[in-house]
Design a protein around this ligand. Structure first.
Ligand code: DAH
Length: 335
């Protein structure tokens, strides 16, 4: 008996079953009622008791093994789709090309990280705005010529926001001081398109409202951001300016240098690139948002993300950022 078991074990151990026909043949040969395993079972039944004791266990083990093998092959063959003509499993697997974040998004999130590390939270607002949030609450009087500073796209009664300063208003209406926020987003102006300006671009607005905030806090915050973003020792300069929503107001330039063709073009040959407007929030703006200007002061700034992206990566033309040319975009893979 043990000898027969051994023969059957060796015979079946070498079997390879790859088709349903081979599987059926296996079933008939070994597992069916007239198969080789059944024959051994029959022989076992009439063995003397001592022999039964020694061969019972190996017989049961072989039976279980053959049944498991049958089940496993049956499952594998029914899951196999190699006969399904809609899938060609012989085709090579194509190499996966990873995508990349757009340079504007890379810069935007770097800026958010820098200001977040200083305790600024992040907020955003709608791109289609009403006149109040884009102009009125920011102290642009109804017929004030300052409205012409920003050539506006109108949509019926509404406007495409011309700056992210509108989000300042929305947040001040909602929150109580102290407020410390940066607000990135896309803005729109009906401007002539050139290598330096586009009809849509990106800004990040900053706002800090608390007791005892001064212009020195504003300068130091911006100075810190520039050193973090462009590296230690980067030169900046402030020029006084005018915005209806800040008093005093300033603009900040960064020294880009005149070494490269791109920088000369970007800076109109001066080496200085204007990157942001800023100032102390005008008392009228605070009043529009129900914040008492006697108790609270604050600073605000609006930074052009596209410009500093050009500067950071040595891109000479703002329009290149929006052609979606894979040769440019793929250089930002992994950043
Ligand atoms: N909103 C201005 C613009 O788009 C930029 C600006 C200037 C934002 C001064 C500010 C600010 O928050 O305080 O030209």
């Amino acid at each position: 008996m043990l000898k027969d078991l051994e023969i059957l074990e060796r015979e079946t151990a070498q079997l390879v079953i790859n088709t349903p026909e081979e599987l059926e043949q296996f079933r008939l040969t070994y597992l069916s009622s007239k198969g080789k395993l059944s024959q051994l079972m029959d022989a076992f039944r009439i063995l003397p008791p001592e022999e039964k004791r020694s061969s019972g266990k190996p017989l049961n083990e072989l039976k279980a093994k053959l049944e498991d093998f049958f089940k496993e092959r049956k499952a594998a063959l029914s899951a196999d789709t190699s006969n399904d003509l809609t899938i060609d499993t012989t085709l090579p697997v194509g190499a996966r090309v990873p995508g990349s974040a757009h340079p504007i998004k890379i810069v935007e999130s770097t800026l958010c990280d820098i200001f977040y590390s200083l305790g600024f939270d992040i907020a955003d607002g709608p791109e289609i705005e009403d006149d109040w949030h884009n102009f009125g609450a920011l102290n642009f009087a109804e017929d004030h010529p300052a409205r012409d500073m920003q050539d506006t796209f109108f949509i019926g009664e509404k406007v495409l926001r011309t700056h992210t300063s509108s989000v300042q208003i929305r947040e001040m209406e909602k929150r109580k001081p102290p407020i410390r926020l940066v607000m990135p987003g896309r803005v729109y102006r009906n401007e002539a398109i050139s290598s330096r300006s586009n009809c849509f671009f990106h800004q990040i607005e900053g706002l800090y409202i608390d007791k005892g905030v001064s212009f020195a806090d504003l300068k130091q915050t911006l100075y810190y951001f520039v050193q973090q973003f462009f590296g230690e020792g980067t030169k900046v300069r402030f020029r006084s300016s005018y915005f209806p929503f800040t008093e005093p107001s300033a603009e900040m330039d960064i020294w880009a240098g005149t070494d490269t063709e791109e920088n000369r073009r970007l800076t109109k040959g001066t080496g200085w690139l204007e990157v942001l407007g800023c100032g102390m929030v005008h008392p009228n703006v605070l009043k529009s948002c129900n914040i008492d200007p006697e108790e609270y002061q604050g600073f605000a700034f609006g930074l052009g993300i596209d410009r500093i992206t050009l500067l950071k990566y040595g891109i000479g033309d703002i329009r290149d950022l929006f052609h979606n040319d894979i040769r440019l975009l793929s250089q930002f893979r992994g950043l």
